[in-house]
Design a protein around this ligand. Sequence first.
Ligand code: SF4
Length: 312
Amino acid sequence: MSLLRDIPERELSDLLDEAQHLWETGRCCPTRCGVTRRWGVAAYREPPCGGSSTGIRAASFAVHNGEEPPVSGWNGAGNIFFSGCNMRCIFCQNWPISHKNNGRLYSLEEFAAEVRRLMRTGVHNLNLTTADHYLYPALKALADMRGEIPVPISYNCAGYFTEEALSVVLRFADIFLYDVKYLDPALAARYSGAPNYVEAMTKGLEVLHAARIPWEEDELGLLQRGLIIRHLVIPGAVDNSFRTLDLLAAYRDRGMIFKLSLMSQYFPAYRAVEHPDISRRLTHDEYDPVVARMEELDLDGWTQDLDAHGGA
Ligand code: SF4
């Protein structure tokens, strides 16, 4: 049973009010752009993340088999790819969606119809992917149809949150796919245009730790509640990865329950080719020591086969 389905009406109403306030005042992410808007009324300027007041822009509603095993299962995760993003990663593999805002506008009713169609395929969850800038309308659409959602809601994000927004998401998302991209602010500024990423992400980790998210799988091994932390190893930034793993081990030792997904799938997409340090794939000399550190720290989770992603 999902959190959203079980939440009492009064609490749901408060939750929607909070989400609406954050979203309408442009405080849904650490950018705090301050763009004032109201649902259904075009703002005099659009926020930098590509969000819209007049509809939910989304690129696709699709079955996705590439998430971690207990999330994708055998029928796949039900991914909803929201257009736009509040991060500006120059190596983004989804850049036509995140940077160019590709997709189409859906009314809340059309959005709900697409969600119903996706659920009819038998997906194991609804996996909201990069939804931060649609926090209110996405929650509103799902809340209006919550009795029809038999699967967990997964929140798939870059880890670039305000504490207020995260506290809203924690009350309706069953599963968190939370990126920890950087522990080096210079890298976050250079590669993702987010100099305050480390500060925001580490505050977010504290909030997640305080929330005591349990790890619950059903009898078939499908994740019903839980936190998966993802970290992509980037060329030339092995020390950033070591520091990330050390931090996560410290959280594990403080009682945080999560699994780590250590990714090697980097390739120089979008504008990465303009930056010599990251204009290549990852090498074994970079990825293997990070895998070894993960084993040494006894962090539970998954690694990827570097050779399957064209590593050198
Ligand atoms: S997600 Fe977009 S609208 Fe919300 S604060 Fe960030 S930049 Fe502004």
